[in-house]
Design a protein around this ligand. Structure first.
Ligand code: LR7
Ligand code: MN
Length: 570
């Protein structure tokens, strides 16, 4: 604020401005106070519920985009900070119940507006892209089994608030036999006030795959867009998805999936250069990997090819989905359908791409809060169904992991006929053309359990983020593969999926992400059946009680001798 002394006109002018500013400020303070007041009153009536729920309770009509207080909890994708110690015992109980029922912080979500704003997370380059005027419209299908009210309805409103109306044909909520009361009559009444939203319900618990098929059967839009029931669509999410499909119906596309933090509900953006694409391993689990670094810089925001997709958030031409054989209705509850569709799309002439300018948030949870079928490993069953139909001889890499204990996986004749009819490429083609960096165990020199000669004990460790850096130990051999299944790669790694045995001196061998640089991860399974570490010239040895795995000077004692199935050279 610089005032120019001596320049009286300017001074007057400045004073005037100041007076005006002050008036504005006073008005703003008063307006804010009123908003706060209103919030306090509303909170007093209905603690920790957002304004939209309140409107609903008061049976008021919902304006299309209600006013949101920019300072309200979670606005702009910001964190909701709750000091649990300051909550009353009653509120504390609500807080804990929320976590218990949902595996995310429902209490925090309930404080956030159903229309909360999000940051515009698009790369600046996205704004230069021009889309055709006439794009296909879409039905958005959201399946849920026992979802929290605020999370489900925020998903719905984020779709309505951030989709051009002419591109949004309808939103179909598929209730997969939930038993929470708020998802019955109250949901029915709430959506009755919203245009374009309908609820359909399964007659028994079907699982997300058949629930999606029910959504498909009633959808009328040109494009189908599937979303999980705990998502938030960001500004501009829809147009680029539909635009890619408009360029050819065989393009199956996903948005960039942003993490909504399970605890404080923050949402931040991923710039296009940091996008991750989908991969898979021989356990047939999905995972992410960085996008290939070799894209042309001008292609930063162009569609990114992805070998697989996470499964929950994608758009596909409805006609193409039909031609491709929709989903395998023999799959239950959860899992496998994402890889099945990914393989099928690529092998049968389509493409699977991530669209860098489309961003949708998803609450990632650390556990599944709902009941699964008891007594059946549904993920394994679903995965075997897909392996049988789509993976040809490669399916054996998966089956070896549990010693071919396939169990009852139902009938897949129809799916095999589908593959025949569509005249699809082989899985070998898929691996070589779409995911050439995949580690293929067929090239392994040895595989299976690594059993000590001294005691019936095997090298045993999980390989995932929780187990990296931890010492690897011995366990009684169980002959079921799993955590005792190891492969010796051509460049000397002892690995499973992306985890490698790694020794850098000291007592223990650890598991560490494979880096492909040999060094601490280079081993030899020698003629005398010892396992030799090239870098340190030591040998693997078990402790006298057989429980621990250590590294010692090579001596040829039984505790250094290992049985491990060698692959005959082919
Ligand atoms: O029996 C069920 N019936 C359902 O309707 C089980 C689940 N569901 C609903 C559920 O309410 C949710 O809306 O199906 C949806 C997915 O279930 P989640 O959220 O428990 O699963 P997830 O997010 O952990 O699972 C990912 O993998 C699944 C494999 O079957 C599905 O493909 C999910 O859609 C998928 N989610 C995503 O792709 C979002 C990104 C996550 C990642 C990686
Ligand atoms: Mn989910």
């Amino acid at each position: 604020n610089h005032i120019h002394f001596g320049d009286s006109d300017k001074l007057k002018h400045d004073r005037k401005i100041h007076a005006e500013e002050k008036r504005n400020l006073v008005n703003k303070i008063e307006a804010d106070r009123q908003v706060q007041e209103r919030h306090r009153e509303e909170k007093a009536q209905l603690p920790a519920k957002n304004d939209d729920t309140l409107r609903y309770k008061k049976k008021e009509a919902l304006p299309s985009r209600p006013y949101v207080d920019p300072n309200a909890p979670g606005e702009g994708g910001k964190a909701v900070v709750i000091d649990k110690d300051k909550l009353s015992p009653e509120e504390k109980k609500k807080f804990d119940d929320g976590w218990q029922k949902n595996a995310f912080n429902q209490y925090a979500s309930d404080m956030i507006s159903l229309h909360r704003t999000l940051p515009d997370v698009r790369d600046p380059e996205c704004k230069d892209l021009k889309y055709k005027d006439k794009l296909p419209d879409t039905s958005v299908v959201v399946c849920f089994h026992n979802e929290a009210w605020s999370v489900l309805l925020r998903t719905v409103h984020s779709i309505i608030d951030r989709s051009p109306p002419h591109l949004l044909k309808e939103i179909i909520l598929v209730d997969d036999f939930s038993d929470m009361d708020h998802l019955k009559q109250p949901l029915e009444e709430y959506v009755a006030k919203l245009e374009k939203v309908k609820v359909v319900r399964t007659k028994k618990r079907e699982g997300l795959i058949r629930a999606r098929l029910l959504g498909y059967s009633v959808a009328t839009g040109e494009v189908l867009t599937y979303l999980d029931s705990h998502c938030e669509c960001a500004e501009g999410w829809l147009e680029p998805l539909l635009a890619r499909i408009a360029e050819g119906k065989h393009h199956v596309v996903t948005p960039v999936i942003e993490t909504i933090n399970d605890n404080d509900l923050t949402l931040r953006g991923t710039p296009a250069k940091n996008i991750f694409v989908g991969k898979f391993n021989w356990q047939l689990t999905f995972d992410w990997m960085p996008r290939p670094a070799n894209y042309a810089p001008q292609a930063l925001v162009e569609p990114v090819r992805s070998p697989t997709m996470a499964g929950g958030l994608f758009s596909i031409s409805r006609e193409y989905f039909t031609e491709l054989g929709t989903y395998d209705p023999g799959m239950d509850i959860w899992g496998g359908e994402n890889l099945e569709l990914s393989f099928r799309v690529w092998m049968c002439g389509g493409t699977l791409e991530i669209i860098p300018c489309s961003h949708v948030g998803h609450i990632f949870r650390k556990r599944s809060p709902y009941k699964w079928r008891t007594g059946v490993n549904v993920v394994k069953k679903n995965s075997i169904r897909l392996a049988e139909v789509w993976m040809d001889e490669y399916k054996n890499y998966y089956y070896e992991r549990f010693n071919y204990d396939l169990g009852d996986y139902g009938d897949v004749t129809d799916r095999k006929k589908l593959r025949e009819r569509l005249q699809c490429h082989s899985f070998d083609w898929f691996v070589k053309n779409v995911y050439p960096d995949l580690f293929v165990p067929g090239e392994a020199l040895a595989s299976g359990e690594i059993r000590s000669k001294a005691k019936p004990m095997c090298i045993d460790s999980a390989v995932d983020n929780h187990n990296y850096h931890k010492p690897v130990n011995m366990w009684p051999c169980h002959n079921q593969g799993g955590n005792q299944y190891w492969m010796l790669s051509k460049n000397g790694e002892i690995r499973r999926d992306d985890g490698c045995l790694d020794y850098s001196g000291g007592e223990s061998v650890i598991v560490y992400p494979c880096h492909g640089q040999k060094g601490n991860q280079e081993w030899q399974y020698r003629e005398d059946n010892s396992i030799y570490h090239a870098n340190t010239q030591k040998c693997m040895e078990t402790s006298v009680d057989g429980q621990k795995l250590t590294m010692k000077t090579c001596s040829g004692v039984d505790r250094q001798i290992w049985t491990w199935k060698r692959k005959s050279p082919s």
